[in-house]
Design a protein around this ligand. Structure first.
Ligand SMILES: *Cc1c(COP(=O)(O)O)cnc(C)c1O
Length: 232
């Protein structure tokens, strides 16, 4: 592993090459730093290297870190990328610019309520789709996406910009490709159903982001390839 800057440069190069292979513009692809377990200093280093999107998995950890970093990272955009419990939404609407893990109506209702209470006009969101059969994974089942989307789009304060997924882990990355294709196809179907664009696809992590970019990712969520192995 190199420095965070060197790692970021290498990741961007691989994104560039993947885009060239499939004829996309690499301007469409944003690197989000997945910062769970990372210290404020490491996160600041990623910001100084040029990262602008940051993702935390847990509200508690985000409450400890984001307020310390806000002033030093004025252009950072914070995304919630972990499962969001309803009772944590009141903190989430104060911490995060985006919620990438909207997966049920109850969460939509709570977001609407808490946005009103904090006087915040709206929040950018993605619908998290559960494409992995693993019990531990969260997200809206694919067959319920249309219903959840139809419900969510009734609330102007919840801006749905696209979809997110966490596929199962396979050593062989080609085995992950079908999951990325499925998310893109769900997006395409929903665009047709609702006659509107859902431009963002948040998919791909350290070991499979190249394949995700080939299949249309606009946000890749990178932890270990940027910061090194997690300490816990
Ligand atoms: C940790 C995490 C990532 C990044 O994982 P790496 O394999 O370290 O790149 C991406 N997305 C989510 C939801 C995560 O929890």
């Amino acid at each position: 592993m190199g420095t965070i800057k060197e790692n970021l440069d290498r990741i961007r190069e691989e994104i560039e090459k993947a885009c060239q292979r499939v004829g996309r513009s690499s301007k469409e692809v944003k690197v989000l730093a997945a910062t769970k377990t990372r210290t404020p200093e490491e996160i600041l280093e990623a910001y100084q290297a040029g990262v602008r999107l940051f993702g935390e998995n847990r509200v508690q950890e985000a409450r400890e870190k984001i307020p310390l970093l806000r002033d030093r990272m004025p252009q950072a955009q914070w995304h919630m990328i972990g499962h969001l419990q309803t009772n944590k939404v009141k903190y989430a609407v104060e911490l995060f610019d985006w919620i990438e893990t909207v997966d049920r109506k109850e969460l939509v209702n709570e977001l609407v309520k808490r946005l009103k209470r904090t006087g915040r006009e709206k929040v950018s969101t993605l619908i998290e789709v559960k494409l992995s059969p693993e019990e531990s994974k969260h997200g809206c089942p694919p067959e319920k996406v249309e219903e959840l989307l139809s419900y969510t789009l009734e609330f102007p304060e919840i801006e749905v910009l696209g979809f997110m997924t966490v596929p199962p882990y396979y050593e062989e990355v080609e085995l992950v490709r079908p999951f990325f294709i499925r998310l893109r196809e769900i997006r395409d179907r929903m665009e047709e159903k609702f006659k509107r664009k859902f431009p963002e696809l948040s998919m791909g992590m350290s070991h499979d982001f190249v394949v995700a970019v080939e299949e249309g990712a606009t946000i890749v969520r990178i932890g270990t390839a940027l910061f090194g192995p997690r300490r816990y």
